[in-house]
Structures are given as structure tokens and as C-alpha cells.
Design a protein around this ligand. Sequence first.
Ligand code: NFS
Length: 651
Amino acid sequence: MAEFEDKSACEVTVEMLKKADEGGYSTAFTRTDTLKECTIGASGICCKNCAMGPCRLTPSKKEGEPEKRGICGATPEVVAARNFLRMIAAGTAAHSDHGRAVAETFLMAAKGEAEGYQIKDRIKLLEVAVDLGIEVGERPVEEIAVEVGEKCVAMFGQQHGELAFGLRAPEKRIEIWRKLGVFPRGVDREVVEALHRTHIGVDQEMENIMLQGSRCALADGWGGSMIGTELQDIMFGTPTPLQAKINLGVLDKDQVNIIVHGHEPLLSEMILLASQSDDVKKRAEEKGAKGINIAGICCTANEILSRHGIPVAGNVLQQELAIITGAVDLMVVDVQCVYQAVGELSKCFHTKVVTTSSKGKMPFAEYVEFHEDRGLTIARQIVEMAIDNFPNRGDVDIPPKTQDFIAGYDHEYINYMLGGRFRASYRPLNDGIIDGRIRGVVGVVGCNNPRVRHDAGHVRVVSELVANGCLVVMTGCAAQAVAKTGLMTPEVAYKEGIMPQGLREICEAVGIPPVLHVGSCVDNSRILIALTEMVKEGGLGDDISDLPAVGCAPEWMSEKAISIGQYFVASGAAVVFGGKWPTLGSDKFTRYLFDGIFELYGNSWHFEEDPEKMVGTLLRLIDEKREALGIAAKRERVLFDMAARRELSID
Ligand code: NFS
């Protein structure tokens, strides 16, 4: 088993890896063993932006030997910067195209043209309308919603002026963006300009390239992602805390299991709705099933989890393992983080894989094109495909383990739960930080990456942060990793030895665990708002860069993660990435990201491969900000209690 335990810290995953091995199935884990990474590409100094290359600018081996240049003369730092900007652009594009689909559906829903969708959270609609400068008055809700939808759709194609949601940031931050010329215009424009600037023969200064890096990433965080989050909340309801279950054990041998995988809740909300109708349930019974069980993977899971408490089957590295249980009757996907291997693997089982987006088709899958105007009808068709596939099951082997956890925290709820219904405010949080009961706030986000031990980095970093008095907010696959340990329940988190007295007092008074699940990756925009609220509440400086708050991604892999990191840095938060760092081939550019940009934004990027050392870096960054604010307290680094570690099955 040791060989499998080296690959994952998640017991269920280890068990399934063993089964995959016995069955001879290839997974991302086994392919990682056989596929050696290209070190030049991985370090960011391979330029393949034109056909004179690829120019592989390997570092000089001998002292005094001149540094390599590309055929056009490009220096390693410019090549690394261009590659980095292209990652940001791709990440921004992915989040923002999601946001656009939501905005377009929202507009259709407001006009009554999207079957099954509605305007659920009217209070949030009015708040967003006010932020967009829309007159509210006595106007009918539908009319306001149409205007909100139109304004949001227009933000993608906006050619000039400042992106409206960017004006939500603290005053001082807005001034920094204006001074540097990085306040984003339209989302699409920033992505296009990023691609233009990185074309052969355009932007040849790493600093200038990274100004566009910031502007493009800010268009993601304060644009595409924020539009996605806000409008999803209005259409599907703003999350409030709820209890749910996680891990492959949520699959049910007696029910039709449908896995929703991908990112946009536009599809999964309709699948859920379709699965709840009486005649569909009856059809399932007729086929011998006891019901219909919906479970999620990746960020689609986080979306329907946060709003409906739908169980999570697992995070990104568990997508293939879900199929290997033999219990998945249908996996329906839309966009992003869906492994191509899933299609072919499904052919070894009875599982049907259904793609739904014209943007993402897959060999070995069936294609049912999803259209929001007939969303519910199409979802119903997919649910029926799953039901009809139930009798085709072969052997089923579901690992019996699940874990309870609490999800559904968002910045509105944090505000409310801290201050109470009549005086909702971030005051108690700020006070807790000022008096030292909360050392700082850390956002731990991002993916899994089979090049590092699955879930281990997330769990280690978060448990150590909690042991050292930090309040942790989480999104994405990172959140799912920690949910699997129980740390997101008061029952486990309040046990002796998990967190220090001060943090525990606050958590107990408010009734929260020290680790809050705040949603999917587009919901990182919620963290931007929470940080802004903390600044506006007062007592912790007057910009995000003054807060004892840091972001980190211990196991990142996607381009979206780079975009998120850059928008946090440009918004003033320090960011620490683990795993591997994509610019190490150029010392000069790496130093610029780690030190140089501090001058501009008041914080910068950091990299720490080892999770243990990452905690040290995070705590140091927090303590430096506390010191600058004059609220430093002397404290020793606490190591996580061994008994507690065993309790959480963290090794
Ligand atoms: Ni985020 Fe979600 Fe997971 Fe990474 Fe992929 S699901 S948008 S990118 S892998 S956290």
C-alpha cells in the first residue's frame, strides 16, 4: 500500500488507486509516473510563440558564458514573462467565459426567456444594481434585473473606462491601479491585449508585460469571476451554511448515480431540478433504483454544494476514480478541469459520459448540447439517459467512507454571523485580529496536482495554520481536500489541541469552524470583497496590503490559479504558491515577481515547495503586517499536535 499512500493523503483515494492498479486502469497518478516533465518548459524559458523556434533558452552552464537569446533576441526574462502573461490570459479567459455564460443566461432569465431559471435573491439584485449605478427606486424587479444583466454582459466588451466592480475596491487600491495604468477596461479587451503583447516582436520589457498581467488578472477577479459569482447568487440563491457529505462513499449502490463535473452551475442546477420531479423519480424506480443521487466533482460540486448541500464525490484527481467504482451511471460535464482520459476510461465500465458545451467535446462521450432557453428540458433528457443506464451496471465497489462538513460561507454571511442580524459587520473579526486572538486570515485555494502528494499539502498547511491561530477561508479543490478531514466541522475542530484558545473562543462564540468553505474558484472574488470589507471596517490600515491576510495555493496546476494569484497580488495581498514555480528558468523575472513588484502593490508572489516551510512563510508574512500595524504579539510557532493529527488522519 505504501506506494499508493505516497501518492495521496486521502484514504479513499489510496484504496481506489489500489483497485485501479489491480484492474490495470491508467489514471493521472500512473501517467505522472511515466511522463517525465520537460524541465525547460516547466521553468518558463521555452518560447514557442513563433515558428523560428521553439527557442529553448537553457541557462548557461559555464561561468562568464553569455546568456542565451531567442532567434529574435528575446531574453530569458522576457520569454518567462510572456509565458506567465499567457497563463494569466488563459486563466482569465476561462473564468470570464464562465462569467459571460452566466450573465447571458441571467439576462434571458430576467426577460423570462430561460426555462427553469429565475431571480431568486432579490436583495442581492438590488445591492448589485446600486453598485452598477442603476436606479432602483420603485422600479419592478424584472426591469432592474434586465438592466443589471445588460450592464454585466457589456462589461466583457467594454472598450474604455473602468470596470464597474473594480470601484468596489478600497480607495487607496483604486488610486494605485490608476497611477500604474492597470485599472481594467473590458474583460475581453484585456485578454486580447495580453495575447497581442506576447506575440512575436511586441512587448519586450518584463515590467511592462506584467503591467498587462495585473490588468488582465484584475479583469478576472473584479470582472469575469465577480460577475459570475454575483449573478449566480441572484439566480440560484446566495449560499448560507449547510451540512453536507464528501468523498466517493457518497455514491449509492441502490440509486442512479449522476456525477456533475466541470464548472458552470447553469447546467448542474437544471440537472438537480430535473432529478427532483416525480415522474423522473418514478422512472428510476421502474428501472429498479431506489432514487436518483446527484454528486459533484471539482468546482461544479462546490457550486451546488454551497447552495443545496449536494454531496461532493471528490476533487479533481478523483474524477477517474469515481468511474472505477463502477457505480456512476452517468457523468455530465461542461467546461474546465475535465480530463480527456475520462471518456476512454468510461468505456471499460457501463458509465455514460455526456458533454454538453460546444466549447468542450470529447472522444468516447455522447454529446447533448445544452441551451439555457430549454435548460430544464435538456437536463431532463440527460437525467433519463442516466436512469436508463442503471440496469447496465456491472460490479460495483464503492469505498464506504464519507465525511460530514459545513459549506456555504460567503462574505455576506460572514458579515451577518459576526455582527448579528441588526448590526452586521466585520468589527468582531477586525477586533479579534487586533487583540491577537486571530493571528491573521489565510485564503487557501487551488487544485490538486499529481506531481505532488494528493491533498497532503492542503491538509498540512491548513491544520498548521489553524494550530497557529489563523482563520482559514477555502475554495476549489483545496476546500474539498480539507473537508475530507473533518476540520470543517465544529465537532472535530473544537477538539483539544486543534486550535489555540483565542481562536477557539471566537469560533465558539460565532458557531463556526476555523476553516470556512467559501465556494468554487470563481468565488475567490468573495475573498476580495471580504478583504475590502475588513479594510473599510477600520483598525487594520487603509488598504488590502496592510491586512495580516495572505493567499496560498499549495497544490495548484491550472492557468486559472496563476490568474487568481496575480489578481490577489495586484489587489495587495501576498500570495504563496507550492508545488512548482513556472518562471524559475529566469532569475531576473522570478526576482521581479518575488521582490520587484512589492514596490508597486505593497505585496508580491512567493514560492515554497515544501508545505511545512510554506506555513513558516505564511506566518512570517502575517506577522510582518501585524508589526507594521503596531499589533504584533510575541509568539512561538506551534507544531500541530500529534494526537490531533492522527484524529484527522493527517500523517
Ligand atoms: Ni479551480 Fe475548479 Fe479544481 Fe483547480 Fe480545477 S476544479 S476552478 S482549477 S482543479 S481548483
